[in-house]
Design a protein around this ligand. Structure first.
Ligand SMILES: *Cc1c(COP(=O)(O)O)cnc(C)c1O
Length: 382
């Protein structure tokens, strides 16, 4: 291991999760695999070919740069859908590469038309409706104008989708708001149909919606977090598991993150460890230095609170998390040597450190912990 830490991805877990999702969602529902934020920290270049192998052929990203990375990682003809940012001067490439993209304002629709005319190509658009999240999307007035523009320029558009995003399907507290959004979505869909626009995919669901509100599955679901083996929230997991006699989690986590002991040191009673005075040894303490820090995604808020596994035993992080290093208390672990494996996320022996444990301690969403994993960490499939 040349690098100070590595992330491994379990092919078996990928197979399990995709099989589970396909089975639950049913044959009529297409999965668009969301791989934004470097595939939720798992690595676009590693995840895309792996997911393709298990039958995924539609990928969703946030921006143009990610779309390019997905495109380069694909082995076969796949579709790439950009849900967010496209710089104006990249619209040409977007059309040439056949990327699908969300249209959430008239400016983007006009730019797409202008570019499509110049290139004699069709823009593959997903019209995004504003249904109540008040983030992105065309309101009814905008949609009316969009319809006119599309119907006057049929040769330049392929309406791939009509979509919206729900404002918090992972919590029952948002139930009413979601119902209102769905109602609005269907009204706007009617508006399209009345004007003879029939989008290929109607889609509104992310992971949480697809499981909590089965009606939201429609033609396509945009599944992010669950592919990687995580539930969007504890609530969604309980919602699913409550109705089942078997209470075990059907999802398997794909990712493990591990490093090695860089150095071992004895610290005498009363001494402070690392920067400042946040940790004072109460007894003679044996410590292991581990070359992982906040620059790789080990949050500084895990200072004096995080845990790692060494020799199958849980070890406390003591002192502050540094940019590239943490110190763990190994007083209770026998015979630790420089070079021994340290598990940051994942299993070792009987024990496991989960991203949730990680995120609970540091008060972050599991999404957030994953997205912060540095892109420079080497990732490979096992
Ligand atoms: C991120 C995202 C998703 C996927 O959400 P998960 O909760 O990870 O399934 C779906 N749709 C949009 C618009 C998103 O931004």
């Amino acid at each position: 291991m040349n690098r100070s830490s590595e992330i491994t991805l379990s092919e078996k877990a990928v197979e399990n999760n995709i099989e589970f999702l396909k089975k639950k969602l049913g044959p009529g529902v297409k999965i668009s695999s969301v791989v934004k934020a470097n595939a939720y920290g798992h690595g676009i270049e590693q995840v895309v070919p792996l997911f393709e192998k298990y039958g995924i052929n539609h990928f969703a990203v946030f921006d143009y740069t990610e779309a390019e990375r997905v495109c380069k990682s694909m082995s076969e003809e796949c579709s790439v859908m950009i849900m967010g940012w496209i710089p104006n001067d990249r619209m040409k490439e977007v059309l040439e590469k056949g990327f699908e993209f969300f249209v959430f304002n008239l400016e983007r629709l006009r730019l797409a038309l202008k570019t499509a005319r110049t290139l004699h190509l069709k823009a593959r658009i997903h019209l995004e409706a504003e249904t109540g999240m008040n983030r992105t999307g065309l309101n009814r007035q905008n949609l009316k104008q969009a319809i006119e523009l599309i119907n006057n320029n049929r040769n330049y558009f392929e309406v791939m989708g009509f979509c919206t995003h729900l404002a918090g399907a992972e919590s029952i507290s948002n139930h009413l708001r979601i119902q209102k959004q769905l109602k609005q979505y269907h009204k706007m869909l009617e508006q399209l149909k009345e004007n003879n626009i029939h989008p290929k995919y109607r889609h509104v669901a992310n992971s949480a919606a697809a499981f909590v509100y089965p009606k939201t599955r429609m033609d396509l679901v945009r599944i992010g977090i669950m592919q990687y083996g995580f539930w969007p929230s504890m609530e969604t997991f309980i919602h699913y598991i409550n109705a089942k006699p078997d209470k075990s989690d059907p999802l398997e986590r794909i990712m493990s993150w591990h490093s090695k002991v860089m150095s071992v040191k004895e610290v005498k009673t009363g001494e402070f460890i690392g920067y400042g005075i946040t940790f004072q040894a109460q007894t003679d303490t044996l410590t292991a230095l581990i070359p992982v820090g906040y620059s790789s995604g080990f949050s500084r808020s895990l200072s004096n609170r995080g845990r790692v596994l060494i020799h199958g035993q849980r070890c406390r992080v003591i002192g502050l998390v540094n940019m590239n290093m943490i110190v763990a208390d190994i007083t209770h672990v026998e015979n630790v040597q420089v070079g021994d494996e340290v598990v940051i996320i994942g299993k070792q022996g009987e024990l496991e450190i989960k991203v949730t444990a990680f995120s609970d301690i540091s008060d972050q969403l599991n999404y957030e912990v994953l997205a912060h994993l540095s892109q420079k960490i080497v990732r490979y499939v096992v």
